[in-house]
Ligand binder design. Structure first.
Ligand SMILES: Nc1nc2c(ncn2[C@@H]2O[C@H](COP(=O)(O)OP(=O)(O)OP(=O)(O)O)[C@@H](O)[C@H]2O)c(=O)[nH]1
Ligand SMILES: [Mg+2]
Length: 204
C-alpha cells in the first residue's frame, strides 16, 4: 500500500526531466544545433562547427530552460545508423526533426525518414518540432515552404510546429526550446511517461 501512495506522490510531485530526441538525416546539422544549445543555455562553450564530426554514437546536452531540466539526445543520421533511432522512442517526451533547408535535393530522403518516425507506435502523441535549419545560407527555404513541401499526413493528434533556425548563428533556438517546454508541460505524452515511471516505482 505504501508503495502505491509513494508511486502516486512521485507521479504528482516529481520534477520531470524532459527528454528530447534530435533526429534527421545525416548532415542536416543536428550536432551543430546541439552544441549551439549548450552555448546558449549552459556555461559550456559548445564545440565550434569545424570540430564537429559525423555522429556514430550518441551526443548529449543537459540544459535548464524556463525552470525546467531538459536532456537532448542527438543520434547519427546516416542511413545505416537510422535503425538505432527507435531504441530511444519509448523514453522520449518530444522529437526535434532537423532538415537542411538549403538542400532541396535531400528533402525527399528527409521526408521519408520522418514519415517512418511518425508511423512508429512508441512515439505516439510525442510533440514534434521540425526545424528548417541552415537559414544563414542564401538558398535556404522558409519554414512555411518546407511545411508545404513535406505535406505530412500522419500528424493528426500530434502537437507540432515548424521553425526556421540556424545552428551557426543561433536563429530560432530560444523560440524552439520555449515552445518545446510549453508543449511538453501539458502533453498527454508527458502524463503517460510520468504515470509509467510512477507505476514502475510503485511496483518495485
Ligand atoms: N551554413 C550552415 N552549415 C551548417 C549548419 N549546421 C550545420 N552545418 C554544417 O553541416 C554539416 C553537417 O553538420 P552536423 O551538425 O555534423 O550534421 P548532423 O546532422 O549531426 O550529421 P550526422 O551526425 O552525420 O547525422 C557540417 O559541415 C556543418 O558545419 C548551419 O546552421 N549553417
Ligand atoms: Mg551529428
Amino acid at each position: 500500500m505504501f508503495s502505491l501512495f509513494y508511486g502516486l506522490w512521485k507521479y504528482i510531485f516529481s520534477e520531470t526531466q524532459f527528454r528530447v530526441l534530435i533526429l534527421g538525416i545525416d548532415k542536416s546539422g543536428k550536432t551543430t544545433l546541439l552544441e549551439k544549445l549548450k552555448a546558449v543555455y549552459s556555461n559550456s562553450e559548445g564545440l565550434p562547427p569545424d570540430r564537429i564530426v559525423p555522429t556514430v554514437g550518441l551526443n548529449l546536452a543537459n540544459i535548464e530552460a524556463s525552470n525546467r531540466k531538459l536532456i537532448f539526445w542527438d543520434l547519427g543520421g546516416q542511413p545505416g545508423l537510422r535503425p538505432i533511432w527507435e531504441k530511444y522512442y519509448e523514453e522520449s517526451h518530444a522529437v526535434i526533426y532537423v532538415i537542411d533547408a538549403s538542400c532541396p535535393s535531400r528533402f525527399e530522403d528527409s521526408k521519408s525518414a520522418l514519415e517512418k518516425v511518425l508511423r512508429h507506435d512508441d512515439l505516439q502523441g510525442a510533440p514534434l518540432l521540425i526545424l528548417a535549419n541552415k537559414q544563414d545560407l542564401p538558398g535556404a527555404v522558409s519554414a512555411e515552404e518546407l511545411a508545404r513541401y513535406l505535406d505530412l499526413k500522419k500528424l493528426d493528434e500530434r502537437v507540432f510546429m515548424f521553425e526556421a533556425v540556424s545552428g551557426y548563428n543561433g536563429l530560432g533556438i530560444k523560440e524552439s526550446v520555449e515552445w518545446l517546454v510549453e508543449v511538453m508541460e501539458r502533453s498527454k505524452r508527458t502524463e503517460l511517461l510520468r504515470a509509467r515511471a510512477g507505476v514502475t516505482d510503485a511496483g518495485a
